[in-house]
Design a binder for this molecule. Structure first.
Ligand SMILES: *[C@@H]1O[C@H](CO)[C@@H](O)[C@H](O)[C@H]1NC(C)=O
Ligand SMILES: *[C@@H]1O[C@H](CO)[C@@H](O)[C@H](O)[C@H]1NC(C)=O
Ligand SMILES: *[C@@H]1O[C@H](CO)[C@@H](O)[C@H](O)[C@H]1NC(C)=O
Ligand SMILES: *[C@@H]1O[C@H](CO)[C@@H](O)[C@H](O)[C@H]1NC(C)=O
Ligand SMILES: *[C@@H]1O[C@H](CO)[C@@H](O)[C@H](O)[C@H]1NC(C)=O
Ligand SMILES: *[C@@H]1O[C@H](CO)[C@@H](O)[C@H](O)[C@H]1NC(C)=O
Ligand SMILES: *[C@@H]1O[C@H](CO)[C@@H](O)[C@H](O)[C@H]1NC(C)=O
Length: 669
C-alpha cells in the first residue's frame, strides 16, 4: 500500500503540468454527457474585475482577466475549455462574477439549465463562504433555477485528504439552504480507497466526483450530508471516467416516509376552515385546499406540520418597502415553511424568491356593497305619489274649490237656484274634500248646469286619482320595495361612500391605491369591513368573490335567507390561484401531479359545492322560512293605515278637548 502511494505521488508530480489538460477534458466530458444542450449554462467564477457578460463576442478578452490564479487552473486551459464549450454551440453561455451585479437587462427566455461554479483561489476552508456568495448572487437573477445541474470545481488543493471530506459536508449544508441538490463536486483524487472504489496502478485516479443523497434513507428527511464518491476520472489514455455512471442520479424519493411538510396557513373559508390547537399542534378540520393538501401528503407519504397563523393580520403578506415581506409570503421567502395555502393569488411574477405550483382555481376581485334597504312600511301611504304630485293635487283642490265658490256666487247674483249649498267658501272646501275621500257630499249642488258641470269634473278627477292611488298603495302595502341598489363602480364612487381595501390586495391590484379612489380606508381585519358593510351599511369593500360567496352564505344572511352584503357584476381583476412553495422544493413535481389529477377529476369543484352546501344547510338552521309564494296580510303590512288612524284619533281627541274646554269657559262666564 505504501509503495503504491509513493508511485502515485510520483506520478502525480510528473502529471502536474498535464493535470490541467485532464481537468479540461474531464469538464468537457461532464458537460457533454450531463448538461442538456440548448439550455443556458451559467459559469460563475470568483475572481475580480468582471462584469456579467453574455459570451458571444470577444472570447479571449473575457478570458484574459477571467482566470488569473483562480482555482488552480491556468488561463490557457480554462480558455481552451471555454472556447471548446463555446464553439460546440450546444449551450447559450453566461459568465458571472459574484462581486458584480447580474446584468438584469439580459433576460433569457428560459431558466438556467446547468451551473459551473469555480469557488476561487485561496484556502480550501473558505470555499463554503465563496459558494454562498456566488449562489446568493446568482439567485438575484429571474432565471435562477435550484433544480439545475451544478458542478463545483474544487481542484485547487492538491493535498485534499480524507479528513477534508468534512468540507464537502459543509458545502452540502450550505447548498441545502438554497435547496440545491443536483450537485457534483470535483476534487483532486484522494489517494486512498474509498468505499468500493479502490486505487490501482492501472486506473490511477486524477479527480473524484462527489455528490450527496439528502433523502437516503428517506426517513431522515433531507438531513443526510455524507459525501458519496460517484465516479473517478482516471488516467487511462486521454483519461476517462472509471464507471461512466450517471453523475446526476435522481435523488428525490417517491415516498418520504412521514417527513414533515411545513405548511403556512390561517383560517380562511372555504379553503382552510375550523382551526383548532391541541397540545400546541395546529390542525384544520375542513376546507378545499386542506383536502388538496391531504391528497398531496398521502401521495408523497409526508406528514403535515401547520405553522401558527401569521401575526398582526399579515394574511398573505405585503412588502415592507425594504424587500422584506410579512405574512405567508414572508414565511415562504425566509424558508420558515415549505408551502403556503389559502386561496393564494398568483404572485410569482412579482416575487423571484418563491415558486408557484400549478394554478388550481380562478378567482376575481369584486366590489361588495351593502344591500339596498327596504323602505320603512309607514312611508307607503305618502310614498305613492311624489311630492310634486301631492302639491298638484292640493293646488287643484284649492283652485277648483275657489272656482266652484265663484261660479256659485255669480249664479246666485243672476238667478236664484233651488238651494243655498256651496255659497260659502268653507262649504266648498269641505264638500270637495268629501269627494276626494270618496264620501258623498252632504248637500246636492244647485240644479244649475254650470255648477253641476264643475262638480262632475271634480268627481271624475278624484275618481281617477283615487283609483291610481289605491292601486299603488295596495302593492306598496304588500311589498314596500327596495331603496336603490349601488350597481356599478361609477355609482359607488359617486355615492360618496367610503370603501375598505385591505393592503394585501394592493400587492396584486396596485391601481386600487391610486387617487381614483380617494375615500379608501384600510381594513384592519376582513371581519371589520364585512361587519360594517353588513350591519351598518356605510362601507363598501373589495375582496375575493370565491371567499365572499362562502362567507355571505355562512354569516351574512338575514332571517329570510336574503344576503346582507351584495355585489355587482363588474370584475376589478381576475386572479389565478396557485399554491406558493419555497424555491427549489424537491417534491414539486409530485405536488404538481396531484394538483393536475385533482383538477382533471373535477374534485375541486365538487369539494367547493360540497363545502358551500354544508355551510348553507348549517346557517339555514336559523332561517324563519317564509311560507311560500303567497303572503298573508299582517298587521305589519298595514302599519301605515294604522299610524294614520291613530294620528286621526289623536287629532279628534285634541279637537274634542278644545271644544269641551271652550264650551266650559263660555258656561262659566
Ligand atoms: C478580441 O480581444 C483581443 C484582445 O483584447 C483583440 O486583440 C482582438 O482583436 C479582439 N477580437 C475581436 C474580434 O474584437
Ligand atoms: C494571483 O497570484 C499572484 C502571484 O501568483 C498574486 O500576486 C496575485 O495577487 C494573485 N491575484 C489575486 C487576485 O489574488
Ligand atoms: C496540506 O494540508 C495541510 C493541513 O492539512 C497544510 O498544513 C499544508 O500546508 C497543505 N499543503 C499544501 C501544499 O497545501
Ligand atoms: C467510458 O466511456 C468512454 C468513452 O465514452 C470509454 O472509452 C470507456 O471505456 C468507458 N468506460 C467504461 C468503464 O465503460
Ligand atoms: C409511509 O411512511 C411510513 C413511515 O412513516 C411507512 O411505515 C409506510 O409504509 C409508508 N407508506 C407507504 C404507502 O409507503
Ligand atoms: C424592514 O423594515 C422592517 C420595519 O419596517 C424591519 O422590521 C425589518 O427588519 C426590515 N428588514 C430589512 C431586511 O431591512
Ligand atoms: C251681485 O249683485 C249685487 C247687486 O245685486 C252687486 O252689488 C254685486 O257686486 C254683484 N256681485 C257680483 C260678484 O257680481
Amino acid at each position: 500500500m505504501n509503495l503504491l502511494r509513493v508511485v502515485f505521488q510520483c506520478l502525480l508530480v510528473s502529471l502536474s503540468e498535464g493535470i490541467d489538460r485532464h481537468l479540461c477534458r474531464c469538464l468537457s466530458d461532464i458537460a457533454k454527457r450531463h448538461f442538456s444542450s440548448r439550455i443556458n449554462l451559467v459559469i460563475s467564477d470568483n475572481t475580480e474585475s468582471y462584469t456579467c457578460h453574455h459570451v458571444s463576442t470577444n472570447f479571449s478578452r473575457t478570458l484574459n482577466h477571467f482566470n488569473e490564479n483562480s482555482s488552480g487552473i491556468d488561463t490557457q486551459t480554462w480558455d481552451l475549455f471555454l472556447s471548446d464549450l463555446h464553439l460546440s454551440e450546444r449551450w447559450s453561455l453566461l459568465l458571472t462574477r459574484p462581486n458584480k451585479e447580474i446584468n438584469t437587462k439580459y433576460i433569457a427566455d428560459r431558466k438556467h439549465g446547468s451551473y459551473i461554479l469555480v469557488p476561487g483561489y485561496g484556502q480550501i476552508e473558505d470555499v463554503t463562504e465563496y459558494i454562498r456568495i456566488q449562489i446568493t448572487n446568482l439567485k438575484t437573477s429571474r432565471d435562477w433555477n435550484p433544480r439545475a445541474r451544478f458542478l463545483i470545481i474544487l481542484t485547487q488543493s492538491n493535498n485534499f485528504t480524507e479528513a477534508r471530506l468534512k468540507i464537502l459536508e459543509d458545502i452540502f449544508t450550505e447548498l441545502w439552504k438554497f435547496r440545491v441538490i443536483n450537485v457534483v463536486i470535483l476534487t483532486r483524487a484522494l489517494k486512498t480507497k474509498l468505499g468500493k472504489i479502490d486505487v490501482d496502478e492501472k486506473n490511477l485516479p486524477v479527480f473524484d466526483a462527489f455528490t450527496w443523497f439528502p433523502y437516503e434513507p428517506s426517513a431522515k428527511c433531507g438531513e443526510i450530508r455524507d459525501a458519496v464518491l460517484l465516479d473517478r476520472w482516471i488516467l487511462q489514455g486521454k483519461g476517462n471516467f472509471l464507471f461512466n455512471t450517471s453523475l446526476y442520479p435522481p435523488k428525490i424519493p417517491k415516498d418520504f416516509r412521514g417527513c414533515p411538510l411545513r405548511v403556512s396557513a390561517f383560517e380562511y373559508p372555504p379553503m382552510m376552515m375550523r382551526m383548532k390547537t391541541e397540545y400546541g399542534i395546529i390542525e384544520y378540520e375542513e376546507g378545499i385546499e386542506l383536502r388538496l393538501l391531504h391528497q398531496m401528503a398521502r401521495i408523497t407519504n409526508m406528514s403535515l406540520l401547520f405553522r401558527p397563523p401569521p401575526a398582526d393580520n399579515g394574511y398573505w403578506g405585503n412588502d415592507l418597502g425594504n424587500g422584506s415581506w410579512t405574512g405567508l409570503t414572508g414565511e415562504i421567502i425566509r424558508g420558515y415553511s415549505d408551502i403556503a395555502l389559502d386561496n393564494f393569488w398568483y404572485r410569482c411574477h412579482i416575487l423571484n424568491d418563491m415558486e408557484c405550483l400549478e394554478p388550481h382555481f380562478m378567482d376575481s376581485a369584486m366590489w361588495f356593497v351593502p344591500c339596498a334597504k327596504r323602505y320603512p312600511r309607514w312611508t307607503s301611504i305618502t310614498r305613492v305619489f311624489e311630492a310634486n304630485l301631492w302639491l298638484g293635487l292640493l293646488s287643484s283642490y284649492i283652485t277648483v274649490s275657489l272656482f266652484m265658490w265663484l261660479v256659485v256666487k255669480i249664479i246666485h247674483n243672476i238667478s236664484h237656484p233651488d238651494n243655498e249649498a256651496y255659497t260659502g267658501i268653507v262649504q266648498c272646501f269641505l264638500n270637495f274634500w268629501a269627494v276626494i275621500l270618496e264620501e258623498s257630499a252632504p248637500n246636492n249642488p244647485p240644479n244649475v248646469f254650470s255648477i253641476r258641470f264643475v262638480f262632475l269634473m271634480w268627481v271624475m278627477y278624484c275618481w281617477a286619482v283615487n283609483t291610481v292611488y289605491q292601486t299603488f298603495l295596495t302593492s306598496y302595502l304588500i311589498d314596500t320595495g327596495l331603496q336603490s341598489q349601488i350597481s356599478s363602480e361609477k355609482e359607488l364612487l359617486n355615492s360618496g361612500m367610503t370603501y375598505g381595501i385591505h393592503k394585501v390586495l394592493l400587492v396584486q391590484i396596485p391601481h386600487l391605491a391610486s387617487k381614483h379612489y380617494p375615500r379608501r380606508i384600510d381594513c384592519v381585519t376582513f371581519e371589520y369591513c364585512q361587519d360594517r358593510t353588513a350591519f351598518k351599511g356605510d362601507l363598501a369593500f373589495v375582496f375575493s368573490s370565491l371567499n365572499m360567496a362562502y362567507v355571505i352564505a355562512e354569516r351574512y344572511m338575514d332571517g329570510n335567507g336574503k344576503p346582507l352584503i351584495c355585489k355587482f357584476d363588474e370584475i376589478i381583476s381576475t386572479q389565478i390561484i396557485s399554491i406558493p412553495v419555497i424555491k427549489g422544493l424537491p417534491m414539486i413535481d409530485e405536488l404538481n401531479n396531484v394538483i393536475q389529477n385533482t383538477k382533471e377529476a373535477g374534485l375541486l369543484e365538487y369539494w367547493l359545492k360540497n363545502v358551500e352546501y354544508i355551510a348553507i344547510l348549517a346557517s339555514a338552521n336559523d332561517f324563519s322560512v317564509p311560507g311560500g309564494e303567497y303572503t298573508k296580510l299582517t298587521l305589519e303590512h298595514l302599519q301605515s293605515p294604522f299610524y294614520f288612524l291613530f294620528l286621526g284619533y289623536a287629532l279628534s281627541l285634541i279637537t274634542f278637548i278644545t271644544e269641551f274646554i271652550s264650551r266650559w269657559k263660555q258656561a262659566v262666564h
